[in-house]
Design a protein around this ligand. Sequence first.
Ligand code: FCB
Length: 449
Amino acid sequence: MTTRVYPDGFLWGAATAAYQVEGAWNEDGKGESIWDRFCHLPYRVRDGDTGDVACDHYHRWAEDVALMRSLGLKTYRLSLSWPRILPEGRGRVNEPGLGFYDRLVDRLLEAGIQPNVTLNHWDLPQAIQDVGGWPNRDTVGWFTEYAQVAFERLGDRVPMWATHNEPMVIAYLGYHAGIFAPGISDLSQAVQTVHHLLLSHGRAVQAYRGGGYPGKIGIVLNISPYQPASDDEADRAACERIDQLYTRIFSEPLFNGRYPEPLMTWLGPHAPQIADGDLEVIQQAIDFLGVNYYNKSAVAFDSEAGVIKLRAWNISAPGLGTTDMGWGIYPDGLREVLVDVETRYHVPEIYVTENGCAAVDVPDGTGSVDDRDRIEFLRGHFRAAHQAIEEGVPLQGYYVWSLMDNFEWTRGYAKRFGIVRVDYETQERTPKASALWYRDLIARNALED
Ligand code: FCB
């Protein structure tokens, strides 16, 4: 057995997102989000599930902080609901909404848990979508206004901020594939969304710096490694293209102030409209990069596949199967991604802001779950993270997705990612075996492997 010790002060945590856990979708003056609207439409989400109640975290937050404390979490990654704070997306501030986060942050700090706050984990105010949403350049200004409201209220106490979570998913699943809110299928809108998300990130970072707040600010990208399905030139080019479309389209402007040129040429009329000075705004120095990692994909040229002419599917490492999402398990892909990001961009600090798996959890009579598959999943990925640290990656922390079972977007409540089980009938929380295993690992700051 090997004992892998992590650096002193390594921040072990767990993550959730507002829409997935809070519920209280229309309480205390909260405005409607695009996810509220989407889930209330027929057949968009499995079984007609919605986030109306979710884990009822809006009412159970104190109990949830106590639970985190009992697991010894050093940090908790949460997101703020923009329409809870600004019901119309701009202008009028909803004090009860802001007050909720204020109390939550205070309680976390009292419990010795560092809040890591994401401003945008997908739940755009519907009022903003009604006037064009992310493809509308005005949304950049409205997001910045919202960010400023959040910084002014919480910036004295929140040590870590992220502007956006997985802008790739917002742009392509929301505005191109149309399978996520707001359910639009238009490549040009998707690519313009990419640009406006990046620009709004840059403006929010500028606002944060301008306010002289004491914490750190960054952004969270989901990054997958891609490999060509064959040695064929067309497959290798398709692999380059998907990497540029889904990853470099964000990382190149953020760190190098330019979009990947071959992709822009490929996109042709779908390439984003960029105003003078935008790329300088986007390329703000950030304090950390958050990396969400779930799987690795193979990519092949496909002449039938729309504008981008490729198809991708995720793959498993030899001997490893798939999770309950049907995603291939590939722990070493995490090391690959971390080393690649560090080599290319020399980011000052990196965090794994999400990693975890959905599993078929079978509770025993007490509601507890012996989720050995999840433990093995986490073990493999924690090992990969440790190897990345040994290879020189400045990895400072790791957030398991998720603290508790929650609303898994279009899969509704059918997919369970939590290390804590939620009984949706009673809202009872029960730590699974993985939560107790994680608690012990955190206490030792080491993985017995
Ligand atoms: C990520 C999302 C997160 C969660 C996991 C499983 O893409 O950021 O909210 O749904 O996937």
